[in-house]
Design a protein around this ligand. Structure first.
Ligand code: PA5
Length: 447
C-alpha cells in the first residue's frame, strides 16, 4: 500500500544549515514524553493509540446507527463546533461530489448539513426553513454538552424534528455524541432515550475525529470508516519507527522555520474539496500551539482560486510566511480538454491534456514562483483522495502536532484562551452564575 510522503527540500535555503537536525534530541524527547505520558496535558493522550485500538464491534455499532439515520432521513444535520464538527466535515466534503448539496437524497445517502457552529440568526433560520417538510435527523455532538452554539441549535432542531416527525420517530433519528456522565446533552439524551455514543475523557475535541464524533457522521454520509481507521492505524505504526519518521521531520522543519522568523504557515490545496481539511488542520495546530504568546499562525488558501486574491500577498508581502502544500497525486476522475476548430479562446495548446495536468503545472509554477519570492515550501504528497489516505493524513498531522507543541514548550492539549470570550458573552447575557462578571463588564463598558 502506498503512503503519503513529505518533501522539505524547498525549505533548506531559508534555514541555517543543520537547523532541522538540531531539533533531533528535542523531537526524540517530545516523542518519548507522548509515548510515556510524562509531558504536559498527559491526561489527553487517548488519541495516540486510538486508531489501532478501535474494535470491529465499535465500527459495526457505528455503521448500524448510521443505517438507521440513512434509512429514515433525507437530511442529517450534524450539530457541533470546533473539534466536534470539523473532522467530519473535512472528510465528507473531501469525498462527496462537489455538488451533492444541490442534489436530493441519492442512492441512500442523506444530504449532510452542519449547524451549531455559529450563532447567526439568518443561518439558523434559513436552515429551519430548508428542513421544513423534510425527513431529517440530527447528530448532536458536544463533549462538554454545554457549548452554547451547539445547544442553541439543538434546542431548535429537536423541537422542529419532534413537531414534524412526531416524538417516536424523533427519538429514532436524534443521536447524541457526548460525555459519559456530565453535561446537558447527556442529560437530554438519557431522559429522552436517544441512541448515544461516548467521547472518551482522554480525547480532546480537536483530536476526536476518529471517535464517534467524526466516525458517525462520516458513516451516515456513506463513507467507509473502516478504511479511514485503517489509514490512520497504518500511519500510527509507521510513525512508531524512529527512521524516516515524517512526523519528526515535519515537526522539526516547522520549528526550524519558526525560529528563522517564519511565523505563519499557510496550508495550500489545489482542490476546493480540501477546504475543510485545512479548516480542521487550522484548528488542530492553532488551538494546540497558540498560547503563552507563542505559536505559528496556521492559515490556509484554496488555489488556484486564491492565487487571484491572496497570491499577491504571498508572492510579495512581508516575508514571514511559509507554505505547506497538500498535493493530490491522482484525481479520482478523468477529464480532457477538448479541441476546438476555431480556437477562439486560444486554448488549443492544451487540447487533449487532462485538466489535472494543467492544475499540476499551476501547482509547480506556483511553488517555483513562491520559493523564488522568498517563501519556503513543504509538500505533502497524497496518492489519492479517499478514506484510507485521509486517515493517514489525520494521524500524521495529530502526531506532528503533539510533538511540535512539546518542542515549542507548550501544552498542546488544552485551550484556556477559548474561555475568555465565553465569560464575557455569558456576563453580557446575564447568565446565572455570572453576576459578578456582569457587573464588572458593565463598568468596563461605561469607560
Ligand atoms: O478542541 C476542542 O476542544 C474544541 O474545539 C471543542 O471541540 C469545541 O469547543 C467544542 O466543544 P464541545 O465538544 O464541548 O461542545
Amino acid at each position: 500500500m502506498k503512503s503519503i510522503s513529505l518533501h522539505i527540500e524547498k525549505t533548506f535555503d531559508f534555514i541555517k544549515e543543520g537547523a532541522i537536525e538540531g531539533f533531533k534530541a528535542q523531537i526524540k524527547a517530545a516523542n518519548e514524553a507522548l509515548e510515556n505520558g510524562t509531558g504536559k496535558g498527559n491526561d489527553f493522550l487517548g488519541w495516540l493509540h486510538l486508531p489501532s485500538s478501535i474494535s470491529k464491534s465499535e465500527i459495526d455499532e457505528l455503521n448500524a446507527t448510521a443505517k438507521v439515520l440513512r434509512d429514515n432521513c433525507e437530511v442529517v444535520v450534524v450539530a457541533g463546533i470546533g473539534g466536534s464538527y470539523l473532522g467530519a466535515r473535512a472528510v465528507i466534503e473531501a469525498l462527496n461530489n462537489s455538488f451533492s448539496w444541490l442534489q436530493e437524497k441519492k442512492e441512500g445517502n442523506p444530504v449532510i448539513v452542519f449547524a451549531g457552529n455559529n450563532i447567526s440568526e439568518d443561518y439558523i433560520s434559513e436552515l429551519t426553513e430548508y428542513l421544513a417538510g423534510k425527513k431529517f435527523g440530527v447528530i448532536n455532538i458536544s463533549k462538554s454538552g454545554t457549548t452554547t452554539e451547539t445547544a442553541l441549535a439543538f434546542r431548535l432542531l429537536k423541537k422542529q424534528c419532534e413537531d414534524q416527525r412526531g416524538k417516536e420517530m424523533a427519538r429514532k433519528v436524534l443521536v447524541a455524541i457526548t460525555d459519559a456522565k456530565k453535561g446537558a446533552a447527556r442529560i437530554t439524551a438519557d431522559k429522552e432515550g436517544y441512541k448515544s455514543f461516548i467521547i472518551p475523557d482522554n480525547v480532546g475535541g480537536r483530536f476526536s475525529v476518529l471517535t464517534p464524533v467524526g466516525l458517525l457522521p462520516i458513516a451516515v454520509a456513506g463513507f467507509d470508516i473502516a478504511q479511514l481507521i485503517k489509514g490512520a492505524a497504518d500511519m500510527e505504526k509507521e510513525l512508531s519507527k524512529d527512521e524516516n519518521n515524517i512526523a519528526y521531520i515535519y515537526a522539526a522543519t516547522r520549528n526550524a522555520l519558526y525560529q528563522s522568523g517564519k511565523k505563519t504557515e499557510i496550508l495550500v490545496n489545489f482542490h476546493p474539496k480540501l477546504h475543510f481539511i485545512a479548516e480542521w488542520w487550522k484548528q488542530l495546530f492553532g488551538e494546540s500551539e497558540g498560547k503563552e504568546n507563542k505559536g505559528i499562525f496556521p492559515a490556509a488558501v484554496d488555489f488556484t482560486t486564491d492565487l487571484h486574491s491572496m497570491g499577491q500577498w504571498i508572492q510579495e508581502g512581508e516575508r514571514s510566511i511559509y507554505e505547506t502544500v497538500i498535493s493530490i497525486e491522482t484525481p479520482n476522475r478523468e477529464l480532457h480538454v477538448p479541441s476546438d476548430k476555431e480556437n477562439l479562446d486560444g486554448l488549443n495548446f492544451l487540447a487533449g491534456k487532462r485538466i489535472d495536468e494543467v492544475n499540476k503545472m499551476a501547482e509547480l509554477g506556483t511553488q517555483l514562483a513562491h520559493v523564488d519570492g522568498g517563501v519556503p515550501n513543504i509538500k505533502i504528497s497524497v496518492p489519492q483522495l479517499n478514506e484510507y489516505y485521509i486517515g493517514q493524513l489525520f494521524y500524521f498531522f495529530e502526531k506532528t502536532c503533539g510533538i511540535s507543541g512539546y518542542v515549542l514548550g507548550v501544552n498542546p492539549f488544552n485551550q484556556p484562551g477559548v474561555e475568555a470570550y465565553k465569560k464575557n458573552m455569558f456576563a453580557l447575557l446575564n447568565k446565572p452564575g455570572y453576576e459578578a462578571d456582569s457587573k464588572a463588564i458593565q463598568e468596563k463598558l461605561k469607560k
